[in-house]
Design a protein around this ligand. Structure first.
Ligand code: FBP
Length: 550
């Protein structure tokens, strides 16, 4: 096969789009906006893009068309998320509908492509090959931060050369903050180049009152939930293992919560909940060990535990330890660690830390301690996806259970398997939800561009309803911003959304977690369905259903 049978069939799927995008639209401007917080400072930093009105599209009477073609550029930024290709196909179809001679250029491997002038023209042939496929491989992605005037100036050179009128940046909170900086810079320099953002990340943390969901979250959580369901069935079939499963999602626990709602495992840790209760690592370990002991008392030496990737950063002692390591590594002496031999690194770092952090680092399994010292992301932060947190918890819980055995509160076996579900969900074929949502975002971005708008994020709302009732529009990027302290400095950023422990989705989980802990209430969501009844194929996440529909 040149392509798999499923890919062939999926390429013929026509994403469902809001009514206004089907034939013609009118751009309706709403009230002027203010920043999420710190309006004064944000306004000062973004004088041209601050306070813009909300936008939504309504059905118009005629097919929108332009007298001449327009050229637009697109950049994929950060980790892949299912549906990215559909944003691009939506952009392509949208500009071609405006004028047949319009062109779409893709900058290669993320923001670097714009700065280094690496690009391709995205042709119909390329687009058709990628319709409804997962991945970002059409043009690649990267994590370079696009934030410096020199980078914007390099961008301007190539944008002029290609006669590009607008750039669409598909990324998460930070990439979209930078999209806004670029929009502002272009306006300050009198450049007639628009910048539009699109909300991407499997982590699900780019959401707020205007953005129902970041794309990719739906598909990734469906992939993980299928796998967790399968593990749970194995668990119930052989009744011999505890499965500790770490789930991706850098900081927020949205992915873990959604998978818990879908699969009903025995233990679920939600970082935001742990922080709200001011728990220390011992509290977490005791919580887990008590459930394991209670199940063991009923003869159940098996179970499943979901652990969010970012949990360590929500535990006070680890937070301090990670901050101290980050600080040391970003200091002028930081590079010394590289010269130290692998087996000496932990001891060397311990000397640089406060007494408590030093003790904590040395108490960790050597591999885990090393992982905290190794790779850093472009912001200088520890890469939590590389830390074997699930193994750390297995070790700590096993130790606690041995103590409980001596105390007489645990008897039985604690045999374990560990898993990390992350990368396998980021490039899956997008679910119908993500395929429709992303294609609509691409088409919406074109409508915003055609109207001359800049400094906006494309939005599609009402996504738990049939496409006919979805509302396309745009939210000013500055509306989502506030000032945050990063690296010792106050900087404007788009607010990241964490799990709301007072929200409906968490509240539902909280009501059921005890029952799920002791009984075997496992659910088996099965694979993503692309064809069949709507309640299986088009079903959004439980998080979004509980948050928006209940
Ligand atoms: P984005 O925020 O860029 O979408 O990336 C999300 C993510 O998948 C996180 O969940 C994870 O911690 C990180 O990327 C892993 O990064 P990398 O791909 O660089 O290993």
């Amino acid at each position: 096969f040149e392509v798999s049978p499923l890919q062939k069939l999926r390429s013929q799927y026509s994403p469902k789009i809001p009514k206004a995008l089907r034939c013609g639209w009118k751009v309706i401007k709403g009230a002027n906006t203010q920043a999420e917080r710190d309006g004064g400072q944000i306004k000062e930093m973004f004088p041209h893009t601050y306070g813009l009105p909300m936008i939504h599209l309504e059905e118009g009477e005629m097919v929108n068309a332009l007298k001449d073609g327009i050229n637009i550029g697109v950049i994929l930024s950060g980790g892949p998320a299912p549906g990215g290709h559909n944003v691009i196909t939506g952009l392509f179809d949208g500009i071609k509908q405006l004028h047949e001679s319009s062109k779409l250029f893709g900058f290669l491997m993320g923001p670097d492509g714009l700065v280094n002038h690496n690009y391709i023209e995205i042709t119909k042939e390329i687009v058709d090959k990628h319709r409804n496929t997962g991945g970002f491989d059409m043009i690649g992605s990267g994590r370079t931060k696009l934030e410096k005037p020199e980078q914007f100036d390099r961008g301007i050179e190539i944008l002029h050369k290609l006669n590009i009128r607008a750039v669409v940046i598909i990324g998460g909170d930070d990439s979209n903050t930078n999209a806004c900086m670029m929009a502002e810079y272009f306006l300050q320099k009198g450049e007639n180049i628009q910048v539009i953002g699109c909300p991407k990340t499997i982590d699900g943390d780019l959401k707020n009152e205007d953005i129902e969901c970041s794309f990719g979250f739906d598909t990734a959580t469906k992939v993980y939930s299928e796998l967790i369901g399968n593990i749970q069935r194995d668990c119930l079939s052989s009744k011999k293992n505890w499965h500790f499963i770490k789930l991706m999602g850098r900081t927020a626990s949205h992915i873990t919560l959604e998978c818990a709602l879908k699969c009903q495992p025995n233990i679920t840790l939600i970082s935001e909940n742990i922080q709200a209760k001011d728990w220390r690592i011992n509290d977490v370990v005791n919580y887990m060990a008590n459930i394991i002991a209670q199940r063991a008392a009923e003869g159940k030496m098996y179970g499943t535990a979901l652990i969010p990737e970012g949990i360590l950063e929500f535990l006070p002692s680890f937070r301090v330890l990670i901050d101290e390591i980050n600080e040391y590594l970003s200091s002028p002496q930081g590079s010394h660690l590289e010269m130290v031999m692998k087996r000496e690194k932990v001891r060397f770092m311990s000397i640089q830390l406060s007494e408590d952090s030093s003790k904590l680092l040395q108490s960790l399994p050597y591999e885990v301690a090393l992982q905290l010292l190794e790779d850093r992301d472009p912001h200088g932060n520890v890469m939590v996806s590389k830390v074997d947190t699930e193994k750390l918890f297995v070790g700590l819980v096993a130790k606690r259970l041995e103590e409980m055995r001596i105390e007489g509160t645990f008897s039985g076996k604690f045999s374990t398997q560990t898993h990390f579900l992350g990368y396998e969900g980021r490039c899956a074929f997008p679910s119908n939800y993500d395929a429709d949502y992303c294609y609509s975002l691409g088409r919406t971005a074109v409508a915003l561009i055609a109207d001359g708008l800049t400094g906006y994020m494309a939005t599609v709302r009402n996504t738990t309803h049939p496409a006919d009732e979805c509302i396309a529009g745009g939210v000013p990027l500055t509306k989502m911003m506030y000032m945050e302290r990063r690296g010792g400095q106050l900087v404007p950023v788009i607010k990241k959304s964490l799990v709301n422990v007072d929200g409906k989705a968490f509240e539902y989980f909280e009501r059921h977690r005890e029952k799920w802990a002791l009984e075997d209430c496992y659910n088996y969501p099965g694979p993503i369905a692309f064809y069949g009844p709507r309640q299986i194929c088009d079903e959004p996440t439980l998080t979004i259903r509980l948050e928006l529909d209940s």
